[in-house]
Design a protein. Structure first.
Length: 406
């Protein structure tokens, strides 16, 4: 009985830490705000060299997913999270102090593939909640982590430029410091499933047995999340080009900076509103999310066609804000469905495959957009995103039907 009480206290302590840990470690804080400036101004990289960083890192993620998943299943959630946070620490050090391009490439690869391990924090959280019979609280607690992340990155977005101006390396020093804190926090965690040896023994048959609903979750997540991430970058560029037709560089940067800042705030509100929508509509949010994404891209296009500057600015701001506001809810909802609809021993595999699906979809959609831009203008990419969001609605409708039939 005493041992069970101690275990429960450790689980409760871990659950209280997790929102802050996830919020602080979901990306390299400060680096994400000044990455392009740091690579170009400090490291002297060209646009093609920066593009290559993303390409080789994404390819490494896909190639390493299966062998790394085997490591995750062998070492368990806590050690996987620890490995992931340590890789983020090493990557930030290499990208900060690396003198050669090869060193920066290695650092960026570590930065990208670290999330193969780090994403097990969601599996650990859900497993601990299940032990307490509070698995229905996953959306609420994981949503809190997203709000913490969004709030911190919003604050950083406002001050990172000024910190960078004081000292080019200062944001990266702060990034390294946060990575150290995150790594140390992993030693305060407790995984009830690892402790009771419930997870790490998965039968060979169960490892390869992926249900039809799991496949549909992978497709739904990978496709819709990739539309949002690729759409975010292309929409930002499209808005920039449109503003440059009317304003000089300084004014364009000012207006674009304001839109980016409001989108960060919109991301916070997106998490808050999603929790209320989910409580009210439950699985119907799966149909609402791609509709919101379609409205977002349509608003951006409508803004570009409007000649009244105030309305143009409002429409494009709304569109870009909706893209960011929908990003976390997609991740939260589909992970929650995965945890609810699959056996506990399949959660590690499921979360890992969701991220693989996202990377493959992003690569495929990006390649499609490269082909479009060889012949057409950027507005055709945004139109394509509306069509892809419509297809995503069809996929999510199929998933919704499967959920209701179970």
């Amino acid at each position: 009985m005493e041992n069970e009480k101690l275990k429960r206290r450790k689980v409760l302590l871990t659950n209280s830490i997790m929102p802050w840990f996830i919020g602080l470690s979901d990306d390299l804080m400060f680096f994400i705000a000044i990455n392009s400036m740091f690579f170009t101004v400090v490291k002297g990289l060209s646009a093609s060299q920066i593009t290559f960083l993303t390409t080789v890192s994404s390819l490494s993620y896909v190639l390493l997913q299966i062998p790394f998943l085997k490591i995750i299943q062998k070492v368990g959630n806590i050690k996987s999270i620890r490995i992931g946070t340590f890789m983020l620490l090493i990557s930030s050090i290499l990208m900060t102090f690396g003198k050669s391009y090869l060193t920066i490439v290695i650092g960026h690869i570590l930065y990208t593939v670290a999330f193969l391990f780090k994403t097990m924090d969601n599996v650990l959280l859900e497993g601990n909640l299940r032990y307490l019979n509070r698995q229905d609280k996953y959306i609420k607690i994981a949503g809190k982590a997203k709000i913490i992340y969004s709030t911190i990155t919003t604050i950083i977005a406002f001050f990172a430029g000024g910190i960078f101006a004081i000292n080019y390396y200062l944001p990266m020093y702060l990034c390294i410091a946060i990575c150290v804190i995150n790594f140390l926090l992993t030693y305060c965690m407790f995984d009830v499933n690892e402790n009771t040896k419930k997870i790490n023994k998965v039968e060979k048959k169960e490892k390869i047995k992926i249900s039809s609903i799991m496949w549909m979750i992978f497709i739904s997540f990978g496709f819709l999340y990739a539309i949002i991430t690729t759409g975010q970058g292309n929409s930002k560029l499209f808005i920039q080009y449109d503003f440059q037709k009317y304003f000089d560089t300084v004014l364009t940067a000012t207006y674009l900076g304001f839109i980016v800042a409001t989108s960060r705030i919109a991301r916070i509100f997106g998490n808050i509103v999603f929790h209320k929508l989910y409580n009210k509509y439950e699985d119907k949010v799966n149909l609402i999310l791609p509709i919101i994404v379609m409205i977002a891209f349509f608003s951006v296009i409508l803004g570009s066609l409007c000649n009244i500057m105030f309305i143009k600015f409002i429409l494009m701001t709304i569109g870009f804000d909706l893209i960011l506001a929908s990003r976390d809810p997609v991740d939260l909802y589909l992970k929650d469905i995965l945890f609810k609809k699959t056996k506990e021993e399949m959660h590690q595999i499921g979360v890992s495959y969701m991220q693989l699906s996202r990377r493959i979809s992003e690569a495929a959609i990006s390649l499609l957009f490269v082909m479009i831009l060889m012949k057409l203008e950027l507005i055709h990419v945004i139109i394509c995103l509306i069509i892809l969001a419509l297809i995503s609605l069809g996929i999510n409708a199929k998933l919704y039907k499967m959920i209701k039939e179970q």
